[in-house]
Design a protein around this ligand. Structure first.
Ligand SMILES: *Cc1c(COP(=O)(O)O)cnc(C)c1O
Length: 424
């Protein structure tokens, strides 16, 4: 592989063109293994950013993708429909309990769609509401509107100041998932809502796990209170289940831990089992009818690749496997293994906290990692884990066997023992 060309010309996520971090050349992947051109085989601890839940190169998903390509890879969705989209709609709505689904290209776009739906909902009702209420440490994507509801400090808000609309942020929940609920935890959210409710179109947040903004796993009671407060003020609740959806937290959706339902919900990432990009924004009949009952007469959005048949077909096969339900045992098994292997890491001085929920395991360090060193160290030990700042975290494919979970944890332990962090 021409790594020099890559280094000189290809932009990688959150990477400098002046001094890019090294990239590892992957030639193929299978199950929970990534194969490098240089000969190493890596145990994948990331499911390619939450997406490859069933593992790579899956025979069922491969067959469906090949069969769909021979029928049609893509056809426009304006004025045309097709069986893969209809089937996907049925599956998504029966799993989630919503009435209408908007298929979009990526997680960030599904968030844009959700925010636009909320704005248009109020527009139809003759009210101009232009603010969203969200949480510190949240992450909702990299496009402009998604960025505007993402944590202003951890994302690059200051960089884009003046271009981003300014929304309302409440403190993120402090009570962790396992702790005794502290009723004061909702106060910041409650007071922001009381103060700004007339301008707020919707609340948007990640249920139970705040992912990229800090891997914070919070108490379900917080979500229940948010739902009650939204109802009290008649404000829409948007749940971003892009990372948490389809079993990752041990429940089908993160919000199932709290037994609440959103007015609008976004899914993405694992929707196609990690095969290609696809997302969905789902909502109730009430919201959809209100959005479309206004002056505009319709919802003003329609991406070129909306409802892409190839992506829908693979999503259907992936959701079919989710519906079969083996993930429940797998995720519970991985959670138990994390409990066994991660808890002992808490004793190290460099470790600030360890936590896990479902198939998510987090080691929070006291210092940001030395990215170049730790990444090479992981590859040397035969694992693929991609830390972020002080967070070394895993969200492996559900099929990952216990012995591999153990190896992932041992690799993290070794990185901690070798103090592969930025000094100072
Ligand atoms: C990844 C992610 C997004 C953005 O999805 P993309 O497909 O990267 O645009 C939005 N919200 C959450 C919670 C995510 O984890």
């Amino acid at each position: 592989m021409d790594l020099q060309f890559d280094r000189e010309h290809l932009w990688h996520p959150y990477t400098s063109t002046l001094n890019p971090l090294p990239c590892f050349p992957v030639t193929h992947a299978e199950g929970n293994r990534l194969y490098l051109e240089t000969g190493e085989t890596l145990i994948d601890g990331t499911a390619s950013w939450w997406s490859a839940i069933h593992g790579y190169n899956h025979p069922v998903l491969n067959d469906v993708a090949k069969a769909q390509i021979d029928k049609m890879s893509h056809v426009m969705f304006g004025g045309i429909t097709h069986a893969p989209a209809v089937e996907l709609g049925k599956k998504l709505l029966s799993m989630s309990g919503f009435d209408h689904v908007f298929l979009a290209d990526s997680g960030s776009v599904s968030v844009e769609v959700a925010l636009k739906m909320a704005l248009q909902y109020w527009h139809s009702r003759g009210q101009k509401r232009a603010k969203f209420l969200t949480l510190r440490h949240g992450y909702h994507g990299d496009t402009f509107a998604a960025m505007s509801v993402t944590d202003p400090d951890t994302s690059m808000h200051s960089l884009y100041k003046g271009f981003l609309p300014e929304h309302v942020f409440a403190e993120s929940p402090e009570t962790q998932f396992w702790d005794q609920w502290n009723p004061e935890d909702i106060n910041s959210f409650k007071s922001q809502l009381a103060q700004h409710h007339q301008d707020i179109a919707a609340v948007i947040l990640e249920p139970i796990v705040q992912g990229t903004g800090g891997m914070r796993i919070y108490h379900p009671e917080y979500l229940r209170q948010v739902r009650l407060l939204c109802d009290e003020y008649g404000i829409l609740l948007i749940l971003d289940e892009i990372a948490t959806g389809f079993g990752r937290t041990g429940k089908l959706f993160g919000c199932d831990h709290a037994g609440i339902k959103a007015d609008i919900m976004c899914v993405g990432k694992s929707l196609t089992g990690g095969y290609m990009t696809l997302s969905a924004t789902m909502t109730t009949k009430h919201v959809a009818d209100t959005v479309c009952g206004g002056e505009a007469g319709c919802f003003m959005h329609g991406p070129t690749f909306m409802g892409n048949p190839l992506a829908c077909a693979v999503a259907n096969a992936s959701l079919g496997m989710v519906q079969e339900g083996h993930w429940q045992q797998d995720v519970a098994r991985i959670e138990a293994k994390f409990a066994e292997c991660l808890a002992p890491l808490a004793k190290y001085d460099l470790v600030a906290d360890v936590r896990w929920l479902g198939a998510i395991g987090v080691v929070e360090l006291t210092h940001p990692v030395d990215m170049v060193k730790i990444q090479q160290h992981f590859v040397d030990l035969g694992v693929w884990i991609r830390p972020f700042g002080k967070l070394v975290y895993m969200m492996p494919p559900y099929i990952t066997p216990d012995s591999d979970i153990e190896k992932l944890c041992i690799a993290i332990q070794s990185a901690v023992e070798n103090a592969l962090v930025q000094k100072g």
